[in-house]
Design a protein around this ligand. Structure first.
Ligand code: HPA
Length: 280
């Protein structure tokens, strides 16, 4: 068995480098690193410097923390994440969430790239996660309970309804189209077959991707408020014109990522305003 990830060492390292306690954590998926450009007073900490973190391997995943402010709000951006398909154990996949919570983050916004299953989710669409399906058949919560995490976290509302309302309002104010739907998480790394996509569609999935759900499981066990967005980078297998490639996923993610960055910058300010005292 691999050794358990040492949250305290990672937290000590980050605490000694971050200028202030971050309250809102934002996880940026494939090609979505552009949000970091809007952060002021930036401090960067590469994952490779954090004790216990492996280096990231996937193209499009920079693997860097960017701490600073969006508007007036202290944020911790996590550009890149650890996936099961890279061969990382659940403990590592979950580590950044445990670290963020220990640093003081109380609200977590996760983003990912996903294939669109529902027909109106065109490439470039931004989908607010209304709910999810864990089709990975594993969970980072398996095993001994970590610290103050719950043994049996309630998942009847994985995504915070009040935060979702703020996201809808922010999108409306900015004129950014925001779709909503159910995200199915699969292990990957191969994209799905058309038959698998038809199966997921029948299960009630609107989009499919390879991340986010393990992180949300840990975040909910820790009591963090969660909100998540998919950037639809392609039509899921069998629904589009041709083959699927990682480059297409990255390129579409960049374009839509600009819109999502604008939405997130606005949303963070609104979250801060809605939770005075807790968000500063
Ligand atoms: N399937 C799974 N993961 C993905 C996809 C997809 O079609 N697109 C981006 N991430």
């Amino acid at each position: 068995m691999s050794e358990a990830f040492d949250v305290a060492s990672a937290v000590d390292h980050l605490r000694s480098r971050l200028p202030e306690v971050p309250r809102i954590g934002i996880v940026l998926g494939s090609g979505l690193g552009g949000v970091a450009d809007r952060v002021t007073g930036r401090t960067e900490v590469p994952f490779a410097r954090v004790p216990g973190y492996p280096g990231t391997s996937v193209a499009g995943h920079a693997g860097t923390y960017v701490a600073g402010r969006l508007g007036d709000t202290a944020v911790l951006l996590q550009s890149g994440r650890f996936h099961r398909y890279e061969g990382h154990p659940d403990d590592i996949v979950a580590a950044p969430i445990r670290v963020a919570a220990a640093l003081g983050v109380h609200t977590l916004i996760l983003t990912n790239a996903a294939g669109g299953i529902r027909r109106d989710l065109d490439p470039g669409a931004i989908m607010l996660l209304a709910d999810h399906i864990n089709w990975m058949f594993t969970s980072p919560l398996i095993g001994a309970v970590h610290g103050r995490e719950e043994r049996f976290p309630d998942m009847s509302r994985p995504y915070d309804e009040a935060l979702a309302d703020l996201a809808r309002t922010a999108a409306r104010d900015l004129g950014v189209r925001l779709d909503e739907g159910v995200y199915a998480a699969v292990l990957g790394p191969a994209y799905e077959t058309p038959a698998e996509v038809r199966l997921l569609e029948r299960l009630g999935a609107d989009a499919v991707g390879m991340s986010t759900v393990p992180e949300v499981l840990v975040a909910r066990a820790l009591g963090l408020r969660c909100l998540a967005f998919s950037v639809v980078t392609n039509r899921a297998a069998g629904l589009g014109a041709g083959a699927l490639g990682h480059e297409e996923v990255i390129a579409t993610g960049r374009e839509a990522g600009t819109r999502l960055a604008e939405l997130l910058a606005h949303l963070v300010v609104e979250i801060d305003r809605s939770y005075p005292g807790s968000a500063k």
